[in-house]
Design a protein around this ligand. Structure first.
Ligand SMILES: [Zn+2]
Ligand SMILES: [Zn+2]
Ligand SMILES: [Zn+2]
Length: 342
């Protein structure tokens, strides 16, 4: 019989197929293909992007020229606009606000043909350093309440350019999904005086059946009540409110496990398109991030959201998380470019 499971943080119920879970090969394969053509993110084409706002470069090289390792530019087609004041206005019973925000692209590598999963850990470390630097800088702008870092990989997941990149959007409000999680964390703390994510980490390490991989600093699990098949969550093992706090000299440990998780997903599911979102505490004095615990959510794009989901907010997940975790755990991940996955 299918099972209803409740997300312990936000209380969302999902339907989990238990009879015969869909295996990786049961999903239609939409492998991300490379099309070629002109790429504005490749070295030498720096003039084709908006001016760079941040870069990690070799000494002596010029801004907006070659010599960078990671480069951050404004999105050419931003969802929100950086200039202008933040006006809140009513329209009768409705509320609106000017579309102020920042939308930036973090170009992860100079190598057009390398996916994140195939980058050296040092390069992924630089990617996280760039995210952190941009988050700290954007948070100085008092108009912003949240900085959403995310990645779309492959056209079906929303990527319009194939050259590996991550994006961020700073918004003048805290997104609803984050508010839900913050509320859940605060509620759990009020009842138990413990962080729900710390509790999840403890329990998952004890149970083991939903663990994908683990290192000294992070654990990757398939959550107990995931919306999507093979959805995973990467959680720091120590309690940290802010992603920016993860930087203790470097992000190498995070880079290693992030790459390993992507590698496992690629092997188990045949290089699927995917989305990654970073959930961290809001910026600029938003009430009570005290009990939040930052994490990454990784979602391979295997199914489409259909009528029932749209209508109810109720997701049907055809793969039990315990089986998904096992497939990911057992995926034979090839060694990384520097010869080690450890
Ligand atoms: Zn390129
Ligand atoms: Zn915690
Ligand atoms: Zn989350």
């Amino acid at each position: 019989m299918p099972e209803l499971r409740k997300d312990p943080v936000i209380g969302r119920w999902v339907i989990i197929a238990t009879e015969r879970g869909k295996r990786p090969t049961d999903f239609e394969r939409i492998e991300t293909k490379r099309g070629g053509g002109f790429c504005p993110f490749c070295p030498g084409n720096e003039a084709k992007t908006p001016p760079e706002v941040y870069a990690i470069r070799d000494p002596g090289t010029q801004r907006d020229g070659p010599g960078w390792r990671v480069r951050v530019v404004s999105n050419k087609f931003p969802a929100l606009q950086i200039e202008g004041e933040l006006h809140r206005k009513p329209e009768g019973i409705y509320d609106k606000m000017s579309g102020v925000g920042a939308h930036e692209v973090i170009i992860e590598t100079t190598d057009h043909d390398r996916d994140t999963a195939h980058l050296p850990v040092e390069q992924i470390n630089d990617l996280f350093v760039a995210c952190r630097e941009r988050m700290i800088d954007l948070a100085k702008d008092k108009r912003f309440r949240y900085i959403q870092v995310f990645k779309n990989h492959g056209a079906p997941a929303g990527a319009s350019l194939e050259h590996s990149h991550t994006q961020l959007i700073a918004t003048p409000i805290v997104p609803r999904r984050v508010v839900e999680e913050l509320k859940g964390c605060n509620q759990h703390f009020d009842w138990k005086e413990r962080c729900i994510f710390c509790d999840i980490v403890d329990q998952e390490l004890t149970v083991g059946s939903r663990i994908v991989c683990v290192n000294d600093d992070y654990v990757v699990i398939v959550p107990f009540a995931p919306r999507f098949p093979f959805e995973t969550m990467l959680i720091p093992r120590r309690h940290e409110h802010y992603f920016e706090d993860a930087y203790r000299g470097d992000f190498l440990s995070l880079a290693r496990i992030y790459r390993e998780t992507l590698g496992r997903m690629n092997v188990a599911l045949g290089n699927p398109p995917f989305n990654v979102v970073l959930h961290t505490s809001p910026c600029n004095d938003w009430e009570a991030p005290r009990h939040y615990h930052w994490h990454l959510e990784l979602i391979p794009k295997l199914t489409k959201v259909a009528g029932f989901e749209w209508g109810t907010g109720f997701y049907i997940n055809p793969t039990p998380p315990e089986e998904a975790a096992q497939f990911l755990r057992e995926a034979a991940v090839p060694a990384g470019p520097e010869g080690s996955q450890a």
